[in-house]
Design a protein around this ligand. Structure first.
Ligand code: SF4
Length: 108
């Protein structure tokens, strides 16, 4: 059985490690720039799982805005291991996220 991700060592590989942290907490069109960085980040899935596990309310994490993450959490209200879902889930949402696509359901 896979365990929830608690190790934060992935963070040293973050594409945003040299970025002003405030840059992640932008709104509107500026979020697109952050998203671009996230979608080229080698630890995007780990980052997104961590943001979902911890209920991160603000900012762009793992390439998703807070609104998009809220949509994911509404869709899977009982999820307790986002890393497992994102890395091994076979549903279209997990597959989209693994392949660097924003799932359609997050637009609602
Ligand atoms: S996915 Fe984005 S916010 Fe997360 S570590 Fe990578 S660059 Fe930073």
């Amino acid at each position: 059985m896979a365990l929830a991700m608690t190790d934060q060592s992935w963070a040293v590989h973050a594409a945003c490690s040299d970025t002003d942290p405030d840059a992640l907490f932008v709104r509107g069109a500026a979020q697109r720039q952050v998203r671009q960085m996230c979608f080229s980040c080698p630890v995007r899935i780990e980052c997104l799982a961590d943001a979902l596990d911890s209920g991160m309310t603000f900012g762009v994490w793992g390439g998703l805005t807070e609104r998009e993450r809220r949509a994911l959490m509404r869709r899977y209200p009982n999820e307790r291991n986002w890393y497992l879902r994102l890395t091994e889930g076979q549903d279209p949402v997990a597959t989209d996220l693994r392949n660097g696509r924003i799932p359609r359901m997050t637009n609602r």
